[in-house]
Design a protein around this ligand. Structure first.
Ligand code: NDP
Length: 237
């Protein structure tokens, strides 16, 4: 039998990249999958029709919209919060509104989505948030707001694990290193610098991250919570 047969899964930010691989993985494993998107309606429509999943336009920067989407999804077996953005460049030059928007997408949305999901989640529910190895290690300048946002998820998981444990719900952070997506293409200008930090000198694949997410969402991970799970070719080692 398929591992997630008839399980209800919501992926926040699933139209492209790692999120789309997570959608495909849960669909392949038998789940009923819905996902949100904001800027890529065509990609979302294509993914939904290819996989039989359901796409909802929901901006992760809009707290009330995120909460409503999770609430209206009903009792979820698995929530994955994947949407994330990065800002590059000297902190002294960055637009404070852009920095605050990053925090809304990367920090506020995961927190509010997780809390809202836990209201209706059954025992055995799983929450998985996509962080980054940059929550542990930031070896280059110009990405402080991103690193801050991904470190914040670590405290969130530790704290919410305490709140959700008695309800039988786990919450974990997956921390990828460089993964070949639109946001970080393997053939981009940073390739050699990034690979110089790594023991496995290639970008990871979105499907490899989806595999870790599926394991955390499955029955074998029932005792795993409040923890960070790094998948980075030893970028942060
Ligand atoms: P992509 O830019 O390739 O895809 C981002 C996904 O998030 C898209 O589906 C996008 O949807 C969605 N998204 C972004 N902003 C919003 C928003 N405001 N509302 C709703 N959805 C949104 O990124 P990746 O796949 O590379 O990254 C996914 C996650 O993995 C992020 O959290 C990122 O920080 C993290 N990560 C990625 C790494 C990498 O090297 N690729 C390394 C470490 C962590 P749409 O286009 O429809 O808005």
């Amino acid at each position: 039998m398929k591992a997630f047969k008839d399980k209800s899964v919501l992926v926040i930010g699933g139209s492209r990249g790692i999120g789309a691989a997570i959608v495909r993985r849960f669909v392949a494993d038998g789940a009923q999958v819905a996902f949100t998107y904001a800027g890529s309606p065509e990609a979302a429509k294509r993914l939904a029709s290819e996989t039989g999943s359901t796409a909802f336009s929901t901006d992760s920067a809009d707290r009330d919209a995120v909460i409503a989407r999770v609430r209206d999804s009903g009792p979820l077996d698995v929530l994955v919060v994947n949407s994330g953005v990065a800002l590059f460049g000297d902190a002294l030059d960055q637009d404070p509104d852009a920095v605050d928007r990053l925090f809304r997408i990367n920090v506020h949305a995961p927190y509010h989505a997780s809390v809202e999901a836990a209201r209706q989640m059954p025992t055995g529910g799983r929450i998985i948030v996509i962080g980054s190895v940059n929550g542990d290690r930031m070896p280059i300048p110009g990405m402080a707001s991103y690193a801050l946002s991904k470190s914040a998820l670590q405290g969130m998981a530790r704290g919410l694990a305490r709140d959700f444990g008695p309800r039988g719900i786990t919450i974990n952070i997956v921390q990828p290193g460089p993964i070949d997506t639109d946001a970080n293409p393997e053939n981009g200008p940073m390739k050699d610098l990034m690979h110089s930090f790594m023991a496995i000198k290639r970008h990871g694949r979105a499907e490899e991250v989806a595999g870790m997410v599926a394991w955390l969402a499955g029955s074998e991970a029932s005792f795993v919570t409040g923890a960070m799970h790094t998948i980075d070719g030893a970028f942060g080692a």
